[in-house]
Design a binder for this molecule. Structure first.
Ligand SMILES: *Cc1c(COP(=O)(O)O)cnc(C)c1O
Length: 420
């Protein structure tokens, strides 16, 4: 079930007023829904302490959204300098930030360690020698390879570039101990947009087994295990929601079992991005053209610069047309943007109510990996972002890109060399 009835109820009565004031296209996010999901997450894992969610900044790197995360007591999962800067601007300090590297530069490590530092999560054993001085708290990302199967978005672990191989894990912690580390975490992430809670239970079982094994080999007691993000949301109307309660109950059982064998219990960390904000955002765009050739097309004023997922993964995003009788009389259309790429389609052969020009279309579930993936191919600029606040007011939280922004990287002092 896409966009929640509660969000629809808050948005629909005021949508045309918002569109008239701010102009389309825009993403709009639902603060009440985000906070509700945050509360559900905290409540579900109440019995595992300490528990902490580090919001995956890449999912929705907007300062106002990050401030909401900070206000809920969440940390930030970052993997680039701009993400670190944003997290600190939102109030994240020191161990509020988990820096998960991948193919990291020395400059990125320096930024992760500056300004009160962060929890460094190393992606490769070779990076141990590149961190100097070595931090007192260190985490490593584990890639299970053929021991797990992964899924469509993140891929097969054997082919995935992330993390340490199974055989490298114990040597990596031994090296870290020699370098003076004395606080430890362990991280993994093997699935993305996973709707089966059992799969994430299996990931937790796997990472706790690794923690126990590393503990036996090195004497380490882990401060936390981090099972990454990857909790899925139902993009299709006939998909059920993720069973968070069942996940938390099974994980509690695993933690109790770990405690009885190993004599201690680590904390639990998560890095949900999509689950936290995905369903609480929509892209609102206006129908501007109709075209009837071999297929019927509805042209809208947004394009894939605002939402890449359909083009990139063939992802389904539910579309509704408020004010039109959703369902009947239906017409089968492709909903398209203006970019010169034939995959610039928000919907392909979708049955939608008859759409007239100037109608507003609501494209659901764009609150994560939506605006964030935007790009400027074909000179297409990215849309604005709005926040529907809990008090019912609507705030501009990112303006649209303008021509000046687009041209800024081509306006600079001349720099020419003659190589010899
Ligand atoms: C992308 C990513 C996440 C968030 O993934 P979601 O599917 O949005 O929950 C968390 N952690 C890491 C390391 C990631 O790369």
């Amino acid at each position: 079930m896409p966009m929640s009835p509660a969000f629809q109820k808050r948005l629909h009565p005021v949508l045309s007023q918002i569109a008239d004031h701010f102009d389309t296209p825009f993403h709009i996010y639902d603060e009440a829904g985000i906070r509700e999901t945050g509360r559900r997450l905290i409540e579900a894992f109440e019995k595992i302490q300490p528990f902490r969610e580090y919001y995956a900044v890449k999912a929705l790197p907007n300062l106002r959204i990050l401030e909401i995360m900070q206000d809920m007591g969440f940390g930030f999962d970052c993997s680039s300098i701009p993400e670190l800067v944003l997290s600190r601007m939102a109030g994240g300090r020191g161990e509020d930030i988990m820096f998960t590297s991948n193919n990291t530069t020395p400059e990125e490590f320096a930024a992760a360690r500056a300004e009160g530092g962060s929890i460094i999560n190393l992606d490769d054993i070779s990076l141990v020698e590149k961190l100097s001085p070595f931090p007192e708290l260190i985490s490593f990302r584990y890639n299970p390879g053929p021991r797990r199967t992964g899924n469509a978005i993140i891929g097969n672990p054997v082919e995935s570039k992330y993390g340490l191989s199974h055989d490298q894990v114990v040597p990596a912690y031994q090296m870290a101990i020699k370098k003076g580390a004395h606080r430890f975490g362990l991280h993994t992430m093997v699935a993305s947009n996973e709707l089966s809670y059992r799969n994430i239970v299996e990931t937790t079982r796997m990472i706790l087994d690794i923690a126990a094994w590393v503990g036996r080999s090195t004497g380490i007691q882990f401060e936390f295990v981090n099972i990454g993000g990857g909790i899925g949301i139902p993009y299709q109307p006939d998909q059920g929601i993720f069973n968070l309660k069942a996940l938390a109950e099974d994980i509690e059982g695993l933690f109790r079992a770990f405690q009885s064998v190993n004599g201690y219990q680590p904390g639990l960390s998560m890095e949900c991005g999509r689950f936290m904000t995905g369903p609480h955002g929509v892209l609102v765009t206006r129908a501007i053209n109709h075209k009837s050739i071999y297929r019927e097309y509805v042209g809208v004023d947004a394009c894939m610069s605002a939402l890449m997922r359909p083009a990139m993964y063939g992802a389904y995003h539910h579309i509704t047309v408020p004010g039109r009788n959703n369902g009947t009389p239906a017409k089968v259309v492709d909903v398209v943007g203006a970019l010169c790429e034939n995959n610039d389609k928000f919907a392909v052969q979708r049955s939608l109510p008859a759409i007239e020009e100037k109608d507003l279309l609501v494209i659901h579930d764009t609150g994560a990996h939506g605006h964030a993936m935007g790009f400027n191919y074909n000179g297409r600029l990215q849309p604005k972002e709005l926040l529907l606040r809990t008090d019912g007011t609507v705030e501009l939280i990112r303006r649209e890109q303008r021509l000046d922004d687009y041209l800024a990287t081509q306006t600079y002092d001349p720099d020419v060399i003659q190589p010899h």
